[in-house]
Ligand binder design. Structure first.
Ligand code: GLN
Ligand code: ZN
Length: 759
C-alpha cells in the first residue's frame, strides 16, 4: 500500500452522468421498483466512478462519496443518530433513511438547509442529551471492500466529527449543545477507524469545512482535542483532515500540530493560506494536500500558476499532493457531453472529468517534472490566454456604462414622497393582497415550453399558448378578488435560467446538472462574459397581462445577486463587478416595464443571504455590493412606481440591515411557519416600509383555513400598522396544484376581507 496521496480529488458527483440515480430514486419512491433494483443502480454508479477515477490516473481515489440522498444524513445513520420518531416507524433501514430525508405522512423529515455557502442542501441531524451514538452502520467499510473487489483502492471520505456536530441542531431546549457530545461521538469514530484499518484501508479523509467559518475558542479547542485523540489511536488508517470553502484561520496551526498525517487546504477560495502555512511549524512530517483545482466552479485551471504555488509549498511541507479545492459534487460530470455551448467557450471549461485530468497532470509535473506533461501545460496555457482576450468576454460598452454611473443611479426619492405618489397611482385597499409571482405550472405549459425548445412548436403557437395561460391566471385572480395581480410566469423554466437565456455573457448547458438535494438537480448557466440585455425580456408578457385587467399587474424579475448565486460565475473579475453588470441589465428591464404601463415591479432576491461569506469580517464588503446592485437595478423608476422584493426565508440574522438598505417599497418574506416573529425583528432595526409576511405556507399541499389565515393577519397587525401590511403567500406557487391554490387563495382573500371589516 502506498503511503503517499499524490494526486487526488476530495469527492465526486454521485447523481450519475445522466442523472441515473435521480431516476432510480424516483422510481423507487413511486413504488415502481424494488430496493434491490435501486441498490443495483447505485452499485453500478459507484463502480463506474471508481473505475474512471482510477483509469484517469489519480494516485488516490476517494471512496464513500456515493450517497442515496445526502452525506450528512449518511453520517447521522452511521453514528446511530436516528431520532426516535423514525425508528418508531418500524421501516426497513433504507426506508427509515428516506423517511429522515423526506418524511412520511405521519412524521416530518429532518430539516434541510444550505451546505455552507454552496447551493447544495444537507439534512440537519438532531442531537439531544439522550442521543446514544453507536457504530450503527458500516457503509463506509462495506464500500471500501466493494471498491477493493473491483481492483480500486479508495480513501474513504467521512464528514469530520466536529463539522457533524456543528451542523447538527439540538433537539432539546436549554443550554445543551450537540458539541457537548463530542467525547461520545469520538468513540464511534475511533471504532469506525478501527474497522477501516481492519479492512486494510491505508487512508481516511475527514472533512472539517466548518472551520472555514468563524468559530469560538471552545470550538477550536475541541478540534485540537479531537484530532489529538483520533491521531493517537493505534489501529487506524492514515488520516487526511480537510477544511475547504475558505481559509482555516486559527484551525490551521491547530491541525498542523495534531498527530494526523495529512492536511487538505483550499487554495482556490483562500490563496492566502499559503502564507499561513509557511508560518506553521510541524508540516515537515506531513503531507499537504493542496487544493489547487477549483472544485466549485467550471473554469479550466491555470496550471502554470498552480505549479508555482505547489513549488512554494514544497519549501515547508514534508510532501505535497495536489487536489481539488473541495469535492467535485458542485460541478457537472463532463464537458464532452455538451453540444449546445459555443465550442470556443467549451475550450475554457473543466467539469469533473476534466478536473480529474488537471489534477493528474499537476501531480505528474510535480513528481516527474514539467517536461513529461509539456503538451498538457501548453494547451492549458493557450486556453487560459484565449479566454482572457476572446471576443464576447469583454464588451467595452458595458464598461463605459459602468464607468459613467453616479450615486444618483442607486438612489430614489424619500420613501414618504414615493409612498404618497404610489397611493395616488395604485389606490389599493388597506391590507392589499397579492402573490409572489408564479402560478402552478401545468403539464401543458411545461410541454409547450419543451416543444418550442425542440422546434416542434412554432413561435406564434407557443406565444398563443402562453397568452391563454396568462389570461386564465388573470381571470382566476380577478375571480378570487386579489388586489395586485401577476401574470403567473408560465414562460419560465427557472427564475435564473430564464433571464440568463436572454442576456449576453451567459451560456446554457445541455447536461450540466448538479445535485441540489436528494434527487433534485439544477443546471446553472455559465456566466462567461460581460452582461448586457440586447432587448426587453418580460415586457410583452407583462403588457399583455396588464391589458387584460384594470387591477395593477406586477412585473416580475430576478435580482442580480440571485442570478449570480445560481450561476457558475466568472473568476476573472470581482463578483461585485459582475453583479453591477447584471444590475444594469435588470435596470433596463425595470424601466421598460414601467414604460409599458406596469406600476408595480418585483425584483426577487431569494439568494441574498445564501452568498453571505462564511467569515463575518467579509460580510460588509459583500452586503455593500449586493445592496448596491439591487438599488442600481431598481432606482431608475418614477416615485409612483412601486418596487417590491421577495426573500424566501425569515431568519434574517446578519442580513437584516441589508434588507432595510435595499430600500424596496414592499418586501415579502416567509413567515407562515415562524408565526410572524420576523416582524418584530424587522421593527427592531427600524424597518418602516411595506411588508408582506407569508400567511400561507406553500411548501406544503395543505390548504390553510380562513380562520387560520385571519389569525396570522391579526398577529401581523400587532407588529405592523395596517397601512404597511400586505397579505400574500410565502413564496411562488409554481410547484403546487391548481385545486389547492384556488382554495388557499380564496381563503386568503376572505380572511383579509374579514379582518378589514372587523377594524
Ligand atoms: N417570483 C418567483 C416565483 O414566484 C419567486 C420564487 C422564489 O422566491 N424562489 O416563483
Ligand atoms: Zn420565495
Amino acid at each position: 500500500m502506498t503511503s503517499t496521496i499524490g494526486s487526488t480529488v476530495l469527492g465526486y458527483p454521485r447523481i450519475g452522468p445522466n442523472r441515473e440515480l435521480k431516476r432510480a430514486l424516483e422510481r423507487y419512491w413511486a413504488s415502481r421498483s424494488s430496493e434491490a433494483e435501486l441498490r443495483a443502480v447505485a452499485r453500478e454508479l459507484r463502480a463506474d466512478a471508481w473505475r474512471s477515477l482510477a483509469a484517469a490516473g489519480l494516485d488516490s481515489v476517494p471512496g464513500n462519496t456515493f450517497s442515496f440522498y445526502d452525506h450528512v444524513l449518511d453520517t447521522a445513520v452511521t453514528v446511530g443518530a436516528v431520532p426516535r420518531r423514525f425508528t418508531d416507524l418500524g421501516l426497513s433501514p433504507l426506508d427509515t433513511y428516506f423517511a429522515m430525508a423526506r418524511g412520511v405522512a405521519s412524521t416530518s423529515p429532518l430539516e434541510m438547509t444550505k451546505w455552507f455557502d454552496t447551493n447544495y442542501h444537507y439534512l440537519v441531524p438532531e442531537i439531544g442529551p439522550g442521543t446514544r451514538f453507536s457504530l450503527a452502520d458500516l457503509t463506509p467499510v462495506e464500500q471500501y471492500r466493494e471498491a477493493t473487489e473491483l481492483g480500486v483502492t479508495t480513501r474513504p471520505v467521512l464528514v469530520g466529527p466536529l463539522t457533524f456536530l456543528l451542523l447538527s441542531k439540538p433537539d432539546a431546549a436549554g443550554s445543551f449543545r450537540p458539541l457537548d457530545k463530542l467525547g461520545e461521538l469520538l468513540d464511534v469514530y475511533a471504532e469506525l477507524l478501527r474497522e477501516l484499518h481492519r479492512a486494510d484501508a491505508g487512508w481516511v479523509q475527514l472533512d472539517e469545512p466548518a472551520f472555514a467559518a468563524d468559530r469560538s475558542q471552545a470550538e477550536l479547542a475541541a478540534l485540537g482535542e479531537a484530532y489529538r485523540t483520533l491521531g493517537e489511536l493505534t489501529e487506524r488508517p492514515n488520516i487526511l483532515v480537510t477544511g475547504y470553502y475558505g481559509n482555516l484561520g486559527d484551525a490551521l496551526p491547530m491541525l498542523a500540530s495534531s498527530p494526523v498525517e495529512s492536511l487538505g487546504v483550499d487554495l482556490v477560495t483562500a490563496p492566502s493560506t499559503v502564507d499561513a502555512l509557511s508560518a506553521c511549524r510541524n508540516l515537515r512530517d506531513k503531507t499537504l494536500v493542496a487544493g489547487l483545482v477549483d472544485g466549485r466552479n467550471i473554469w479550466r485551471t491555470d496550471l502554470d500558476k498552480a505549479l508555482t504555488t505547489a513549488a512554494t509549498l514544497l519549501g515547508f511541507a514534508g510532501e505535497v499532493a495536489v487536489s481539488t479545492s473541495c469535492s467535485l459534487l458542485h460541478v457537472p460530470y463532463d464537458v464532452e457531453s455538451e453540444t449546445r455551448i459555443d465550442r470556443h467557450v467549451t475550450s475554457w471549461l473543466a467539469f469533473a472529468a476534466q478536473k480529474v485530468r488537471e489534477v493528474v497532470v499537476l501531480g505528474r509535473a510535480l513528481r516527474e517534472g514539467r517536461d513529461v506533461v509539456a503538451d498538457e501545460l501548453t494547451e492549458a496555457r493557450e486556453a487560459v490566454a484565449d479566454r482572457a482576450t476572446a471576443e464576447g468576454v469583454r464588451d467595452h460598452r458595458v464598461h463605459a456604462r459602468l464607468a459613467s454611473l453616479r450615486p444618483e443611479h442607486t438612489r430614489r426619492s424619500d420613501y414618504a414622497v414615493r409612498r404618497r405618489a404610489q397611493q395616488k397611482s395604485l389606490r389599493l385597499p388597506p391590507l392589499p393582497t397579492t402573490t409572489i409571482g408564479s402560478f402552478p405550472q401545468t403539464t401543458d405549459v411545461r410541454k409547450a415550453r419543451a416543444a418550442l425548445r425542440k422546434g416542434e412548436l412554432d413561435e406564434a403557437t407557443y406565444t398563443q399558448r402562453m397568452r391563454d395561460e396568462i389570461e386564465r391566471v388573470i381571470r382566476l385572480q380577478e375571480r378570487l378578488g386579489l388586489d395586485v395581480l401577476v401574470h403567473g410566469e408560465p414562460e419560465r423554466n427557472d427564475m435564473v435560467q430564464y433571464f440568463s437565456e436572454h442576456l449576453t455573457g451567459f451560456a446554457a448547458t445541455d447536461n450540466g446538472w448538479v445535485q441540489s438535494y436528494g434527487s433534485r438537480c439544477v443546471r446553472p448557466p455559465i456566466l462567461f462574459g460581460d452582461v448586457s440585455r440586447p432587448e426587453p425580456i418580460t415586457v410583452e408578457w407583462a403588457r399583455f397581462a396588464q391589458e387584460l385587467t384594470d387591477k395593477p399587474v406586477k412585473g416580475m424579475l430576478t435580482g442580480p445577486v440571485t442570478i449570480l448565486a445560481w450561476s457558475f460565475v466568472r473568476d476573472d473579475q470581482p463578483l461585485g463587478d459582475t453583479a453591477r453588470q447584471v444590475a444594469l441589465a435588470i435596470r433596463d428591464e425595470v424601466r421598460d416595464l414601467e414604460a409599458a404601463g406596469i406600476r408595480v415591479v418585483q425584483v426577487d432576491e431569494p439568494a441574498l443571504r445564501e452568498l453571505l461569506p462564511l467569515r463575518a469580517a467579509r460580510h460588509k464588503a459583500y452586503l455593500d455590493w449586493a445592496v448596491e446592485a439591487f438599488r442600481l437595478a431598481t432606482s431608475g423608476v418614477a416615485d409612483a412606481t412601486q418596487i417590491h422584493t421577495h426573500l424566501c426565508y425569515s431568519e434574517f440574522g446578519d442580513v437584516i440591515n441589508a434588507i432595510v438598505a435595499l430600500d424596496a417599497d414592499v418586501t415579502s418574506i416567509e413567515a407562515a411557519r415562524s408565526r410572524m416573529e420576523v416582524l418584530d425583528d424587522l421593527n427592531a432595526v427600524g424597518f418602516d416600509r411595506g411588508v408582506g409576511p407569508g400567511v400561507y405556507d406553500i411548501h406544503s399541499p395543505r390548504v390553510p383555513e380562513q380562520a387560520e389565515v385571519a389569525d396570522l393577519v391579526r398577529a401581523a397587525l400587532r407588529a405592523v400598522p395596517e397601512d404597511r401590511l400586505w397579505v400574500n403567500p410565502d413564496c411562488g406557487l409554481k410547484t403546487r396544484g391548481y385545486a389547492e391554490v384556488d382554495a388557499a387563495l380564496a381563503n386568503l382573500v376572505d380572511a383579509t376581507a374579514a379582518v378589514r371589516s372587523s377594524r
